[in-house]
Design a protein around this ligand. Structure first.
Ligand SMILES: NC(=O)c1ccc[n+]([C@@H]2O[C@H](COP(=O)([O-])OP(=O)(O)OC[C@H]3O[C@@H](n4cnc5c(N)ncnc54)[C@H](OP(=O)(O)O)[C@@H]3O)[C@@H](O)[C@H]2O)c1
Length: 272
């Protein structure tokens, strides 16, 4: 492996994805020494200054970002000013879905990344298995989601996604690539419930919650724009799920990726 850049900036480092990427980078010390520069809201106004001296940038926008193209455009411009050579943009599987505003924002942001002066790579992860952990850890007997529980998803282990991100940030040879990152199998929410039942030794059922009930319940306290975007996502999931391919991730990770059962087992055994 060619020794990679030493100083890596992570936008969104304190978020769910950014924490996993930071952990994976810090485990990548054998790749030649890595120091992580975390970037959040506090650093945003002096981004070019903070990025100066960084060799690579992991660009992760906040979840349901109100204007992801603007966010990504600002980061790309600061990276160019600071002379950061490599940018790895965290998109999503199936970004060009006009029915889902936050996916469409990522499709537009991908276009900005491709037309930037950076040496770029785009990662398109599917939904993380880890999204279900709060519900599974709550002790509830049912996993309820506002979409069909038998729909196909390329659910992926966030730890695998983070490891692949660290690799692409640190290793040469990924310039101009767009990698869809799905788990090894297409699975459903019913499969998540079955895997959790096995690990926890008690039955967890999976059921579809009427979106109207979700709006009145879990969705009630959300910002209206975020609630509408999530409802659009649920409606899409209800019809199509979110299938994604797993071969690229497996290749990036040297011929292995983590199954749903392995992720659930590892995560439910830990307390975080
Ligand atoms: N969850 C999934 O299954 C999944 C799958 C594929 C892709 N993704 C994508 O992954 C990305 C990250 O999702 P996440 O849930 O990990 O994010 P998150 O937990 O919401 O992360 C938020 C992060 O963004 C930073 N941030 C928020 N507003 C900011 C601003 N105005 N300027 C600069 N930084 C700001 C926060 O920094 P501070 O709080 O430190 O200021 C924090 O580090 C999203 O783009 C999402 O679409 C998620």
């Amino acid at each position: 492996m060619v020794p990679g850049p030493a100083r890596v900036a992570v936008v969104g480092a304190s978020g769910k994805t950014g924490r996993a990427i930071t952990a994976a980078l810090e485990m990548g010390l054998e790749m030649g020494g890595v120091s992580v520069v975390p970037i959040g809201r506090r650093e945003w106004d002096r981004l070019a200054q903070v990025l100066t001296g960084c060799d690579a940038l992991s660009l992760v926008a906040p979840n349901l970002c109100i204007d992801e193209p603007a966010f990504v455009g600002e980061a790309l411009s600061a990276a160019e000013t600071a002379g950061v050579g490599r940018v790895v943009y965290h998109s999503v599987a199936a970004p060009y879905v006009p029915a889902m505003p936050h996916h469409l924002g990522k499709a537009r942001a991908e276009d900005l990344v491709r037309r930037s002066s950076a040496s770029w790579t785009i990662l398109q992860p599917c939904a993380y298995v880890q999204n279900f952990l709060p519900a599974l850890r709550s002790g509830a007997a049912a996993l309820e989601v506002p979409y069909g529980v038998d729909r196909p998803f390329g659910l992926v282990d966030l730890v695998d996604v983070a490891e692949a991100t660290a690799l692409v940030l640190l290793e040469n040879g990924h310039r101009g690539a767009t990698y869809e990152l799905g788990g090894p199998d297409l699975v459903s929410v019913a499969d998540v419930a079955a895997a959790a039942s096995e690990v926890l030794g008690r039955v967890i059922t999976a059921s579809r919650l009427d979106p109207a009930i979700w709006v009145a319940g879990p969705g009630a306290g959300l910002d209206p724009r975020e609630r509408d975007w999530l409802l659009a996502m649920f409606a899409y999931y209800d019809r199509h799920g979110l299938p994604a391919g797993g071969h690229v991730l497996r290749d990036l990770l040297g011929g292995r990726s983590t199954t749903l059962a392995e992720t659930i087992s590892r995560e439910l055994a830990s307390r975080d």
